[in-house]
Write a protein that binds this ligand. Structure first.
Ligand code: ADP
Length: 286
């Protein structure tokens, strides 16, 4: 399961006075089993790009190839793409509408025309995958939940379609620090335990530093940087020039290094930072 994007260009409202080139000459590949973070400033084209990955938007030019099938060709059914690539929108809880959590999560699988037994099986499994106990939550109203729980229900609704690739647009937006960490940990579980390929859209370097294996950086409708966190976070000047930065702890390590401490600059999480500082303290005591 992979997504290949070739020379993608997308123009909103073409040939009108409001014409806007949102993506231009985007080339990238997402491989089976990866955990990718797609980062960029507001307006850089992230949402437009991910909507191409599950066929919601059609390129103005270029190709999207999913599992060796060109989905821009015309013959591919959107429902077939959705079964492979699940997209969780920003603030997905706004789309919850059923009276119970179970009914809400059932909505997608039911639209696939599955038998009730299979539907219930999928609801149970997807609730387990997002960390919600089936018996405790199934009959509750989605509207009685906390922000983080609502978001889990919305994610379960997409997971219940059993996609191989899960794309999440700013899944931590608007949550408190605990809610953010919980959702990120859950997404990591989907990746590690359930082997889902993940594309996490974010503009939080702290979030990205915690979870991503590879980072794709966008600016003004194009990919400007790409690679493992250690490579991308070295490009502080470039990231800052496009309105981004690196995790706070990486800045801290950098300034300690500049002051003569022998610390690694490849540190992106507070936990890594703590261990590194302990290591340096121990070395200095010797
Ligand atoms: P991001 O997700 O990185 O914030 P978007 O993909 O939403 O970026 O936007 C990319 C560019 O396309 C921006 O300049 C934005 O204003 C423009 N854009 C997004 N959606 C629309 C739309 N529906 N109509 C016209 N322009 C749009």
């Amino acid at each position: 399961m992979s997504i290949k994007i070739e020379n993608l260009k997308y123009i909103y409202m073409p040939k009108s006075p409001f014409e806007k080139v949102a993506l231009d000459n985007v080339n990238l590949e997402i491989n089976n089993g990866e955990f990718i973070a797609l980062i960029g400033h507001t307006g850089s084209g992230k949402s437009t790009l991910i909507q191409h990955m599950n066929g919601l938007l059609k390129p103005s030019s270029g190709r999207i190839i999913i599992d060796d099938v060109d989905i821009t060709g015309g013959e591919v059914k959107l429902s077939d793409i959705r079964k492979k690539v699940g997209l969780v929108f920003q603030y997905p809880e706004y789309q919850l509408f059923e009276e119970s959590i179970e009914k809400d999560i059932e909505f997608g699988p039911r639209n696939l025309g599955l038998e009730q037994e299979e539907i219930t099986k999928r609801v149970k499994k997807s609730m387990e995958m997002v960390g919600l106990d089936y018996e405790t939550y199934k009959d509750k109203s989605p509207f009685d939940l906390s922000g983080g729980e609502k978001r889990r229900v919305a994610i379960a609704g997409v997971v219940a379609m059993e996609p191989k690739i899960l794309i999440l647009d700013e899944p931590t937006a608007g949550l408190d620090p605990k809610g953010r960490d919980d959702i990120l940990a859950q997404i990591k579980t989907l990746h590690i335990k359930y082997k889902m390929t993940i594309v996490l859209v974010s503009h939080s370097m702290e979030d990205v530093g915690k979870v991503a294996e590879r980072i794709i950086v966008m600016s003004k409708g194009g990919v400007v940087l790409e690679g493992v966190p250690a490579k991308v976070f070295k490009e502080i000047d470039k990231l800052e020039s496009i309105g981004l930065g690196v995790p706070q702890v990486t800045y801290l390590m950098r300034s300690l290094k500049q002051k003569g401490f022998d610390v690694s600059e490849d540190i992106f999480t507070v936990d890594q930072g703590r261990l590194e500082l302990l290591r340096v303290l121990k070395e200095n005591r010797k």
